[in-house]
Design a protein around this ligand. Structure first.
Ligand SMILES: [Zn+2]
Length: 311
């Protein structure tokens, strides 16, 4: 299975400071871990993506908000939300992060690769239409879903979010389109406070799986896969997007889930196998959270090995 590894140096220019959990060291841990696996490194299609345009960001965001993010960055940076900061490089970083997802969707549409992993930051799944939230500037995965549908690159998009936090931004940005189904498993109640199972959306396309912290890992993996199967009963996606948040791993400073590397492997292979039957394996994964850099790097390698079908 050909797998693209999509990364852009601009994603390292979103400078939040070393005291912020979402710091650039997270991203640096990924190539460091990848270099320990030359077999995987050599098999990947390495791709530096384009920047998403303001018009593409507007597929999910208010133009005035997009302008505000650019203006704050040009002015040297500032605070966008209680816990979301922007630096001079943040506009370029966020446009590169979204551009990575858009390029990945195109590459899987034109057959260049069947799967892609986007090693990007800032993350996106908390970003709302008109404001930044929870370390996120633009909802890259939600924008990707709208981009794919609008460009006839897909007809039905499944988004799976296993970040330990509810993907409230993605939910808000996709729930109006019945061609998108969103499955999110997350710690609950926990930041950002949303994601109850009763939140099904106007088209009943949201599948929220709230979970207590500290459970045996198999309960998380079974719950997520069960929700994916409910979401896809009688409905077959032709594009699978994964919001891969590795703060669901045991030991993450911002979450209480208990997943280990073999659970990342299991989830990736199970979702990949379903994608094989739905749409020839077509799957695009994008990094969301994950705040223990060494564990994050290792998990990205495990995730990519499983995406590529390595043993
Ligand atoms: Zn998270």
């Amino acid at each position: 299975m050909t797998l693209a590894f999509i990364a852009h140096p601009d994603c390292g220019r979103h400078d939040t400071g070393w005291n912020h959990p979402e710091h650039v060291g997270r991203l640096r841990a990924i190539p460091r871990a990848l270099r320990q696996d030359p077999q995987l490194f050599e098999r990947l299609i390495h791709h530096e993506p384009r920047h998403a345009t303001p018009g593409e960001l507007a597929l999910a965001h208010d133009p005035a908000y997009i302008e505000r993010v650019q203006r704050v960055a040009v002015a040297g940076g500032g605070r966008l939300d209680a816990d979301t900061v922007a630096s001079e490089g943040s506009w370029d970083a966020a446009c590169a992060a979204t551009g990575a997802v858009l390029d990945a969707i195109e590459m899987t549409a034109n057959g260049r690769v069947r799967r892609a992993f986007c090693a990007v930051r800032p993350p996106g799944h908390h970003a709302l239409r008109e404001h930044a939230m929870g370390f996120c500037l633009f909802g890259s995965v939600a924008i990707g879903a709208h981009y794919a549908l609008g460009g006839a690159l897909a007809q039905r998009v499944l988004i799976v979010d296993w970040d330990v936090h509810h993907g409230n931004g993605t939910q808000a940005l996709v729930q109006g389109d019945p061609r998108i189904r969103f499955v999110s498993m997350h710690q609950y109640p926990w930041y950002p406070g949303t994601g109850d199972a009763s939140e099904v959306g106007p088209h009943r396309t949201l599948f929220n799986v709230p979970m207590a912290p500290g459970l045996p890992a198999v309960q998380y993996t079974d719950a997520l896969l069960g929700a994916i199967d409910r979401a896809t009963t009688g409905w077959t996606p032709d594009l699978v997007l994964v919001s891969a948040g590795f703060d669901s791993l045991a030991g993450d400073p911002l979450g209480g889930f208990t997943l280990e590397m073999h659970d990342v492997d299991l989830l990736t292979r199970e979702i990949g196998a379903r994608a094989d039957t739905w749409c020839g394996g077509r799957l695009v994964s994008a990094l969301e959270g994950g705040y223990h850099p060494e564990r994050l790097g290792e998990a990205c390698v495990v995730h990519m090995r499983a995406l590529a079908g390595f043993s």
